[in-house]
Design a protein around this ligand. Sequence first.
Ligand code: UTP
Ligand code: MN
Length: 535
Amino acid sequence: MVPLKRRKVSSNVGDNNPEAPNKFPQVVLFLLERKMGASRRAFLSQLGRRKGFQVEELFSESVTHVVSENNSGLEVRTWLDSQGRGQGRTPVHLLDISWYTESMRAGLPVQILDTHKLQEQRTDDAEVVVFCVPSYACQRRTTLENHNTILTDALSLLAENAELSDQEGRSVAFRRAAAVMKALPGAVTGVTQLRGLPCLGEHSLRVIKDILETGASAEVESTKQSERYKALKVLTGIFGVGPKTAERWIREGIHTLQQLQDSGHTLNRAQQAGLQHYDDLNQPVAKAEADAIAEVVERAVVSVSPGAQVTLTGGFRRGKPTGHDVDFLITHPEEGGEDGLMSKVVSRLESQGFLLYQKTTRNSYLESKDGPARPASNMDRFERCFSIFKLHEDEGRGTGHPGTPTGNTAAANSGSPGDSDSRSQIHGGEQRLLVSGEDGGPEETKPAGHRPWRAVRVDLVVSPISQFAFALLGWTGSKLFERELRRWAGHEKTMSLSSHALYDNKQSRYLRATSEQEIFAHLGLEFIPPSERNA
Ligand code: UTP
Ligand code: MN
């Protein structure tokens, strides 16, 4: 190692003890003051120099042997790293003081034995991969590739249970923890790997630790089995039933659909439709089904407003293979061109027999009223249609004319889904439903158990073009990603972000944008594409 030697020689020239000859040029010593103390270090250094050793005052790259007292290898390594001695450089010997004192006694550098070497790392830490993750989900790229599904499923279940129990803070904490685990580039095998990761509270860490060490979390398992959780799942599985309603029913002893039916509760129109299509709506929607619905919606939109544009949003835009519903954002390239669009589209779809249920809410957003004074709410005020779509088997599969619904669709749909004669009948006390309202159509003459269509939840949202980028960003999700974007905007940028606009509270003005990229730029964030927003 010629360069090293040359360095040693040159550093020797100005050394602080010229009278002692450097007897061992291949050995350049440095004594670590940490835990040894300055006076003992000075004494030992002088001793070494008198015996003809080169002992450096300052640490430099020429040092070949680092001697310390009562330090672990990890501690010394950390100290060296802090001196800018990066990993991958020529390794130095990390030695215990015993090697030094023995060498002093021998008057020469004694052979380095294992007992002289500092244990570099505890063996169980040796293989540990430590992950590093930024703290806001909107600063991270989260693909659908999740290396920790067992952990994230467990944390998500606790999040869901908290959400269903109206414990929002708790729910968000579990969701954030799950999102951090989703963002990790590999599978976690031990809790030591989690040191320094953000958003992992005591509770989440305990759950993770239990699963890593014993294979399961008692809390998760007992929640999953609890009557309350099961009832909340069954009841909120009804479209139109939220946690509050479910909670009220559970307090009355209603845990199953059968019990709900027997209770004689009056259900609103949405809930009736939800009950009627319970099985279908609790069946995941496939991407192919979403695409088929997209074709139908697009045709309807273009037929009532040729320039209008339809975008598939929600989970499917993020590349998810399945979803609980299908979300669409509709806009028109001319500001104001979207006026009256929703009612026309809905009428069109309804007349074609595609809607089993729909409820449209009007656009209630007014910048002058809803502006910065109000905290950005996650509930936006676009004109919106919550619907239950009737998806035919042959729709979008290129059989026949996809644009022409089968003749019996309209007939089967002629009665309003909410009519009392289409009340659900529940058999066997379980979740199996037989819907009387679906009888009577010619489809029912097919062999029992086969129905050529299914019900799918579809959300339509109409946005003016000036708000389109914000609406697109807001409706692409994931929900946690959106929440984190708003938290980032508020806490880190003093801005308010909604699905309508971005307001800069420092400059007291709106920041306009015509693309998602511009919004990320306004927020000082790296652009994250939809496929990496699966937090
Ligand atoms: P979804 O609930 O449809 O979620 O909301 P998703 O990601 O598509 O997942 P699945 O597959 O259907 O279960 C889609 C996006 O729309 C926003 C949500 O924040 C989410 O980002 N959204 C939803 C609103 O902005 N307002 C709402 O009232 C509902
Ligand atoms: Mn969705």
